[in-house]
Design a protein around this ligand. Sequence first.
Ligand code: CAA
Length: 258
Amino acid sequence: ENTYETILVRREGRVGVITLNRPKALNALNEQTMNDVVAAATELDRDSAIGAIVLTGSEKAFAAGADIKEMGSKTASDMYREDYFAAWDGFARLRTPKIAAVAGYALGGGCELAMMCDIILAADTAKFGQPEITLGVIPGMGGTQRLTRAVGKAKAMDLILTGRQMDAEEAERSGLVSRVVPADSLLDTALEVAAKIGGMSKPATQHAVETVSAAYETTLAAGLQYERRVFHGLFSTKDQKEGMAAFAEKRKANFSHE
Ligand code: CAA
C-alpha cells in the first residue's frame, strides 16, 4: 500500500492511518502530497473494512503549510489554469470520519488541511496559524471560511490579519480542536477515538458527517429537514435493525456496515 512518495499509509483494524512524510520540508504540502493524500484517503473511504481515517504528521509538524517554494514563481494565470488547491476538495468531501492528529506546526495549508477533517485532536505542542498574510497573500485552502466558522469572526480576523500562531490550549478554548492531549499520547488517543468511531455503523457515521457538515452550509430549517430525512432513511440499513435489536436484547451490536 506504501506506493506513495510523500505519505505513509497503514491499516490498524478498521482505521486507516495516513502520515504526512516530507520531514525535510516540515510536511509542506506540494502538489504530489495533495495527490497522494487525496488518492490514499479516497481508497480508504471506499473500503467498507475501514470506518475512520487518521491523518497525522510528525512530532515537529503536522504540516507547515502549502509548499511556498513550489508556488512562489507561479502567475495568477498558472494558478487559475491549474485550479491550484482544487483537488483538496476531494479530500474534504469524503464521508468516512477523518481525524486530524496534530502535533507541532499546523500553519497555513496545514491548519486548513486539519480543518478539512471532521475532528481535530491536538498535542499540547500543537501550533495553529494562518501566516499567509506575512507572504503577501491570504489563506487559499479554506482558511478564511472554515476558520471563521470554527472560531468565530473575532479570532479568525485576529489570526488571519496578524499571522500569529495559536497554541493548543487557545485552539481548544476557541473551539477549533476537540481535545488536547500530551504529545506522547496523541497518536494512541487518535487511534482509540478512530477505532471507537470505526466500530459504529459506517452508513450511520458517514451520514452523521454529512449532516453535521451541512450545518455549516445551510439555514437551520433546511438543515433540520435534511437531518430528519437522513434519520428516516437510516431505517433502511441492516445496522439500524441490528443496533436497536442489540439494545433490546441487552447485548453489544455487531454492525455489518450495510
Ligand atoms: N513551504 C516550503 N518549504 C517549507 C515550508 C513551506 N510552507 N515550511 C518550511 N519549509 C522548509 C524550510 O524552507 C526549510 O527548508 P531548508 O532546510 O531547505 O531551508 C525546512 O522546511 C525547515 O524549515 P525551517 O528551517 O524554517 O524550520 P524552523 O523550525 O526554523 O521554522 C516554521 C519552522 C516557523 C514552521 C517555518 O518553517 C515557517 O515559517 N514555515 C512557513 C510557514 C508558512 O508561512 N506557511 C504558510 C504557507 S502558504 C499557504 O499555506 C497557502 C495556503 O493557504 C494554502
